[in-house]
Design a protein around this ligand. Structure first.
Ligand code: CDP
Ligand code: CDP
Length: 227
């Protein structure tokens, strides 16, 4: 089990998927569950502060495996919402939804069920601290807010210097503060996490840096390493 945590747009999903593919492991981005629940709450007009109503939506949300075992297809009651959950509207409410205790409890169970017996890289905010505290390897991926915002803007086809680009930066800062400051499972590195900074790296350089951390630790873990 590999826990890959870090703030928004630090590279968790792209780096995590590449690392998982290189090691023959599955990949799961836990943020998909929080985004899917937020999307469903918006669609149904549920108040992001109503914990009981939000938790009641959790069974409607499913994450399914696509090609290569990557858990990336997000389905809400039969509808594929994989693209719809990556919008500014969801960005705006997801941290409020993710701080609700009933939401975290409901999604904790779902995450552990998806992980099962392991053989997986899991990306998130609290994987090393709460979801998988016994993970074989824990990594905290990070980069400056400016670099992360520029990457997120480019990913969405937006000029980082434009008004929309500056809105992405402001939103990332706000989410970093909300996710790191919440009472339950705040986003933070586990005490035994290895920190990897990605400023100035190409994706390939970061993947290589993470593999260099992971491979010796997996070889030393009970069971002797990846598939
Ligand atoms: O893609 P990005 O890194 O910006 O966000 P994400 O990983 O999709 O996560 C979206 C939001 O879900 C975060 O801002 C957190 O509020 C929440 N989240 C969480 O609380 N715990 C996790 N393990 C993963 C995500
Ligand atoms: O999952 P998370 O929100 O942490 O980040 P991501 O969606 O994997 O990465 C955000 C963007 O940064 C993607 O377009 C990546 O290709 C890019 N990236 C990069 O350019 N260099 C890195 N070292 C890591 C990610």
């Amino acid at each position: 089990m590999i826990a890959l945590d870090g703030p928004g747009s630090s590279g968790k999903s792209s780096v995590g998927a590449a690392v998982a593919a290189a090691l023959g492991l599955r990949f799961f981005d836990s943020g998909l569950l929080y985004r899917a629940l937020s999307w469903t709450a918006i669609a149904r007009g549920v108040d992001p502060a109503d914990g009981a109503a939000l938790a009641a939506l959790a069974p409607s949300v499913a994450v399914e495996a696509g090609v290569g075992g990557r858990l990336e297809r997000v389905v809400v009651e039969g509808r594929d919402v994989s693209a719809a959950i990556r919008t500014p509207e969801v960005d705006r409410v997801v941290s409020a939804v993710a701080r609700v205790p009933q939401v975290r409890a409901a999604l904790l169970v779902r995450q552990r069920a998806l992980v099962g017996r392991g053989g997986i890289v899991v990306a998130g905010r609290d994987i090393g601290t709460v979801v998988l505290p016994d993970a074989d390897v824990k990594i905290w991926l990070d980069a400056s807010t400016e670099v992360r915002a520029a990457r997120r803007a480019e990913e969405r086809g937006i000029d980082p210097g434009s008004v929309a680009g500056r809105t992405i930066l402001a939103d990332l800062l706000r989410r970093d503060g909300a996710d790191g400051g919440r009472a339950i499972a705040p986003a933070r590195p586990a005490d035994d996490a290895v920190h990897v900074r990605t400023d100035g790296n190409t994706l390939e350089q970061t993947v290589a840096a993470v593999l260099a951390v992971v491979m010796p630790r997996l070889a030393a873990a009970p069971g002797g390493g990846a598939g």
